[in-house]
Design a binder for this molecule. Structure first.
Ligand code: ADP
Ligand code: MG
Length: 621
């Protein structure tokens, strides 16, 4: 048990039973806390849930081996979404199993009365979402008086989602002598302020090696023609055939669209977005965990913090809008020492933006074409050849029929029938258009200059499903996005995020609004469809005809077409490599060095350690 020194015995046993070989750095760090408050930041996938489970144990058990009967809760953990709260509940349940702890959850979308009854029966630890916890406190069904510890999990996300007031309410309702532990992937100023107001002499832990996880993720930026984005996703899914894959979209409408499309293509998909009921969301995740579904299509908020142990592939159907989102999405895979692929689907017009995105996330990606139909078929054949079914010896009761089959049809025909059957059970890959491969320029300044010219005409090409509107002002009326955008947001009840491209014409302006906001936008403007200054708003069918209005389409990529880049991830590749190669101390020689706590040490993870495909530099904190 020496690996878990310093851990309360009952929890150390649970870790052992769970098969954990060692603690992660953040878990080790919290053991030093004693009874102090703490503000802890560590990358997603670094094991923060178990970390706060360990951190609060000495306080809750107070020297005892086991808990006595459950009464008013001793600990409260707050998480941003229902799924996360339930995930945390499950995690604490096994971790605290041998202590006899009762863990209750209070999450939006569940029956409040059931939760109230559970709380009345008594619980040692309560896990919940901010709004629901606040409800229980207000209705006196959650007794806060005995709390010894309050944990805020994914604190940054909770503030982003607008839960500040709820959190302050909850913290204000807790006894002042409680411990307050805050866990967050990032620590923006808003978190620091919250910590200052509600913690006492908090220890700041920024887990060493917090970026290491991303070494287990291979980033691939796949250049596609705009019209081929969905086909490319289909081929990527088919190529990897991941046990679990997560496809990220920027809007709920895009999630619905892709879900329908992939369902039709025989993929076992589920959707995860805010508009589903709690039940539907739980079912979706359960289907992913037990293998009934392989592909989950999700929005960022819905998938935040979700831990799917078999997640091998993350696809960015819509590009993330900032580096943090890129890291977060990708961090769903490559967890706990396992390998993962994070594939960015990059329409031509967004290449430079993607390059900058990767750069600001301090990531190196391999640029390539998406797998072609041929690549997919080749992989299929390799999978058939390596199928473990061929290793099973012939059973006695099968022998007679096998002989009959072979003598009737011959080995070749039997094999042909088998191959056809295998192939027909899979969804056919798509033929993709050739695009000129992208070679990120080594001269970043030239790259930047080119980027602006390259990208300006179609700023939000990857905006997702949208509806176009026309406004009755144009360049001649001095229309400018600078004042148009705030006006549209105010009058239409939307935020900047829901506005895509703005195309200015001499007497008219076309504005692209996210599809699932279009109706609300119109309703908010009112029946006269007029904005401030008598500007008329008109909903358009389809995309505005810009050629008629003197619009210059983006100049086609003039770079010479160098033929299709091979997809094969092991083939020599054009690398996006602006920085000097990693120095020896940054370069992991083997997985167990990079992640000393990985379950199976010893097996080298980098076949090509001399030239790592991807590397991560520590971000300045
Ligand atoms: P975070 O909250 O930091 O994003 P999680 O707490 O969700 O990360 O943990 C990520 C995954 O790592 C989970 O599947 C968890 O069970 C696993 N894990 C946590 N600690 C360890 C450990 N010490 N050894 C192996 N796996 C671990
Ligand atoms: Mg977490």
């Amino acid at each position: 048990m020496s690996n878990f020194e310093g851990v309360v015995p009952a929890l150390a046993q649970a870790l052992e039973k769970r098969g954990y070989a060692e603690l992660t750095p953040v878990q080790k760090a919290v053991l030093e806390l004693g009874q102090s408050d703490a503000l802890v930041s560590a990358q997603t996938g670094s094991g923060k849930t178990v970390a706060f489970g360990l951190a609060m144990a000495p306080t809750l058990l107070d020297g005892a081996e086991r808990f006595s009967g459950a009464a008013a809760p001793l600990a409260l953990a707050v998480a941003p979404t229902r799924e996360l709260a339930l995930q945390v509940t499950r995690e604490l349940e096994w971790l605290y199993e041998l202590t006899g702890a009762t863990v209750a959850s209070c999450v939006g979308g569940m029956d409040m009365r059931t939760e109230r009854r559970a709380l009345e029966r008594g619980a040692h630890i309560v896990v919940g979402t901010p709004g629901r916890l606040r409800d229980h406190i207000t209705r006196n069904s959650l007794d806060m008086s005995a709390l010894k510890a309050v944990v805020l999990d994914e604190a940054d996300e909770m503030l982003d989602l607008g839960f500040r007031e709820d959190l302050e309410f909850i913290l204000d309702a807790a006894p002042t002598d409680r411990r307050t532990l805050m866990f967050s992937a990032t620590v923006p100023r808003s978190i620091a302020t919250l910590a200052q107001g509600y913690q006492r002499d908090a220890v700041r832990i920024s887990a060493a090696g917090e970026e290491k996880q991303h070494l287990d993720i291979e980033y691939r930026a796949l250049s596609v023609a705009q019209a081929d984005r969905e086909n490319a996703i289909i081929n990527v899914l088919r190529y990897y055939e991941a046990k679990n894959a997560l496809v990220f979209c920027n809007t709920r409408a895009a999630v619905n669209h892709l879900t329908a499309r992939f369902n039709n293509r025989n993929f076992s998909v589920v959707a995860l977005s805010g508009e589903l009921s709690q039940n539907e969301r739980s079912h979706a995740l359960q289907a992913m965990r037990d293998g009934r579904a392989k592909v989950c299509i999700a929005t960022d908020v819905a998938a935040r913090g979700i831990d799917l142990p078999n997640l091998e592939l993350v696809i960015h159907a819509d590009l993330p809008t900032n580096p943090e989102t890129l890291l977060h999405r990708s961090g769903r895979t490559g967890r706990a020492g396992r390998k993962g692929v994070s594939a960015l689907i990059v329409p031509n017009s967004a290449r430079r933006r993607t390059e900058r995105l990767l750069q600001s996330a301090k990531l190196t990606a391999t640029w390539a074409s998406p797998p072609s139909a041929d690549d997919v078929m080749r992989r299929d054949d390799e999978r058939i050849l390596a199928d473990p079914a061929f290793d099973e010896p012939v059973k006695e009761d099968e022998r007679a029929f096998i002989d009959a089959l072979l003598s009737r049809h011959g080995a070749e025909q039997v094999a042909a029938a088998f191959v056809r059957q295998c192939r027909s059970s899979r969804s056919a890959p798509e033929d993709l258009m050739d695009v000129a491969p992208f070679t990120p320029s080594r001269d970043s300044q030239a790259g930047e200059k080119f980027a602006r010219r390259d990208e300006a005409p179609s700023r939000r090409d990857d905006f997702g499903a949208s509806v176009w509107f026309s406004l009755s002002v144009g360049r001649r009326q001095n229309a400018e996005p600078r004042w148009l955008i705030p006006m549209l947001c105010r009058a239409g009840g939307i935020s900047k995020r829901e506005i895509g491209a703005i195309k200015m014409q001499p007497e008219e302006t076309f504005v692209q609004i996210a599809a699932d906001w279009a109706d609300r936008f119109l309703a908010a403007i009112g029946p006269d469809r007029k904005l401030q200054g008598n500007i008329a708003v008109k909903r358009l069918e389809g995309t505005p005809d810009l050629s008629r209005a003197g619009y210059q389409p983006p100049t086609p990529d003039k770079k010479p077409h160098r033929g299709k880049a091979p997809f094969d991830p092991s083939a020599p590749k054009r690398k996006f490599e602006k920085r000097a190669p990693a120095s020896a101390d940054q370069r992991p020689a083997a997985a167990h060095e990079a992640k000393p706590w990985a379950k199976k040490p010893g097996k080298p993870k980098f076949e090509n350690a001399g030239a790592p495909k991807h590397k991560t530099k520590k971000r300045p904190s």
